[in-house]
Write a protein that binds this ligand. Structure first.
Ligand code: 5GP
Length: 194
């Protein structure tokens, strides 16, 4: 997705060698126009897959997921990282190790929103080691629903997540694939191959 790659080139900052900060349009400030294009790209890719629900995780997956949900005309459910007073009904739970916070956390999804009839598109902002995406797959599968695909806004292809998802047989579609963040320079997969 050229529009997204351009924004990453212009506004992304590399931290600690393997973390990309995109807080100007995705992780803190959100650009709704860019989110709409991202949602459209996911919707175009998965429109023939019979998607009935989108599942993401709070907080940065929500914006792209909602845009895709609007275009595919399906509800969007986000996994919660904290159990709250309002989240008391039957829950699906799994443990996810947070890439940026380096800690294990239980995440929650209410059982009532998914059933074995659902074809689910999982959407997240980043794919690194695959913890978040695989955790969301586990939650969806616990409900009996099927993971029809996984949409990722920014994939760090030099980390292990993509291989893990491919090995499990999931259909993964990433809008921007980063080959390297070495020397604080963002190199995309298609550029690295040239
Ligand atoms: P994974 O679970 O695949 O190891 O990492 C993906 C999750 O960690 C995403 O939900 C995202 O929030 C966070 N993450 C991983 N790498 C990055 C990164 O380079 N930049 C940002 N902003 N978040 C990241």
């Amino acid at each position: 997705m050229e529009f997204l790659k351009q924004r990453i080139r212009e506004e992304g900052r590399v931290l600690d060698g393997d973390v990309l900060k995109v807080d100007r349009f995705l992780n803190h400030q959100i650009d709704p126009h860019l989110m709409k294009e991202i949602g459209q790209a996911f919707a175009d890719k998965f429109k023939a897959a019979g998607i009935t629900k989108i599942v993401t995780i709070e907080s940065s997956g929500i914006a792209p997921a909602v845009m895709a949900g609007l275009i595919l005309d399906v509800p969007v459910i986000f996994a919660r990282k904290k159990q709250s007073l309002t989240l008391r009904e039957d829950l699906l739970t799994t443990e996810i190790t947070s890439y940026t916070k380096k800690e294990k956390k239980e995440v929650y999804l209410s059982k009532k929103f998914l059933s074995s009839n659902d074809q689910v598109l999982i959407i997240d902002d980043f794919l690194a080691k695959g913890e978040a995406a695989l955790g969301l797959c586990r939650l969806v599968e616990q409900s009996g629903a099927n993971v029809a695909g996984i949409g990722i806004v920014i994939e760090k292809a030099f980390q292990s997540g993509r291989n893990k998802l491919d090995e499990e047989g999931y259909k993964v579609y990433s809008l921007a694939r980063i080959a390297s963040l070495e020397n604080n320079v963002v190199t995309f997969v298609d550029e690295a191959a040239r």
